[in-house]
Design a protein around this ligand. Structure first.
Ligand SMILES: [Zn+2]
Length: 356
């Protein structure tokens, strides 16, 4: 395989310059806004969907025309302006492929602005990892300001948008209502949910400007339509919410299928010779696919193990949660926001399983 990446990876600089970084533009974009500068130092940036005042740092994968932004930890609220997920894009000679669109139209518009700072090539396609609000509300900005790129997602996402016979999109409507409260003015009555233009079943692949994109369904894991995208030429994997980088995963959804999720992680682990960089749906990029898979897997296995034991011993959830040692994970971002809900979700799963 021909990976155009240095054999000794150049570490992304998150606090200062690096003589080896090959892209001066990245230095300009990233260094100005990296950690150490107060969030308030950056003036708000106006968009047609409201001003974004958070730093909106663009990172580049070393040696590749692959870029991404990284969301904050925590649940979407007015402080983080809904910027809690990651999204990225790949520049080719023939156009741009985007992966995920962030959690508000304003953030989607900021991503589009960042793309325009790097290239004037048209955005051809937005691949969506799954239809959860924090990854898709930015699609509206792409549809309205980027020459209507094709939105590609796995067929399972249609249940969310109401595109299937047994779904009217109630979950999506409920979530939109919640976000209109929690994320006003970035999500308001003008915010719409953009359904996929194209769906695939097991996997699909395409080539653009000589770059090969391989998109595969790994769900239902975190969500029914979980998709990952391998950018073959550069060995970059966009993992969506099947992978969390250095933070506690979010398991607390009725759609989450733990068994399938673990199988998906096994699949990603099997790609280790083809993947140099993993960009997760939340958290930091990793140069070690194996390690990031292990971290997500170890967390899931631990929660399942302790909750299954509690159910087996007929210990009530509150008591089981209190008596569980969480020290391995409690320093991780998103622990406070997600851990108890995750544990309860798994407890209920195990309870249901024990009754079957
Ligand atoms: Zn999600």
């Amino acid at each position: 395989m021909n990976i155009a990446i240095p054999s000794v990876p150049i570490k992304l600089q998150r606090g200062g310059g690096h003589a080896g970084m090959c892209c001066a533009r990245w230095l300009v974009l990233a260094c100005a806004l990296l950690t150490g500068m107060a969030a308030s130092a950056a003036p708000p940036v106006e968009t047609p969907y409201g001003a974004v005042s958070l730093p909106f740092t663009l990172y580049q994968v070393p040696g590749a025309p692959v870029y991404y932004v990284e969301g904050l930890s925590g649940v979407p609220d007015s402080v983080n302006e809904g910027h809690t997920s990651n999204a990225g894009f790949v520049v080719t000679e023939a156009g741009v492929v985007v992966f995920d669109a962030l959690g508000t139209p304003a953030l989607g518009y900021r991503l589009l602005q960042r793309i325009r700072e790097v290239t004037d090539k048209p955005v051809k396609c937005v691949v969506v990892s799954h239809y959860h609000a924090d990854h898709i509300y930015g699609l509206q900005a792409f549809k309205e300001h980027a020459n209507a790129p094709t939105v590609l997602a796995q067929r399972g996402t249609l249940g969310y948008t109401g595109g299937t016979a047994d779904s009217q999109g109630e979950d999506a409507a409920r979530r939109l209502e919640q976000r209109r409260q929690a994320l006003f003015p970035w999500v308001d009555e003008k915010t719409t949910i953009v359904a996929p233009d194209q769906v695939f079943d097991r996997e699909t692949s395409f080539e653009l400007g000589g770059v090969r994109f391989e998109v595969k369904h790994l769900g239902p894991a975190h969500a029914p339509g979980d998709a990952i995208m391998l950018v073959r030429n550069y060995g970059v994997l966009f993992g969506g919410d099947v992978i969390y980088g250095g933070r506690v995963p979010f398991l607390d959804s009725p759609e989450t299928d733990i068994t399938q999720w673990l199988a998906g992680l096994d699949y990603i682990a099997g790609l280790k010779d083809q993947v140099q960089y993993v960009i997760p749906g939340h958290g930091t990029m990793s140069e070690d696919a194996q390690r990031v898979v292990e971290a997500t897997r170890n967390y899931i296995l631990y929660v399942r193990e302790v909750m299954a034991r509690a159910v087996g011993d007929l210990v009530p959830f509150d008591e089981a949660y209190l008596n569980t040692g969480w020290s391995r994970f409690e320093k991780l971002p998103a622990f406070d926001a997600s851990n108890r809900g995750n544990a309860y979700r798994i407890y209920l799963d195990e309870e249901a399983r024990s009754l079957r």
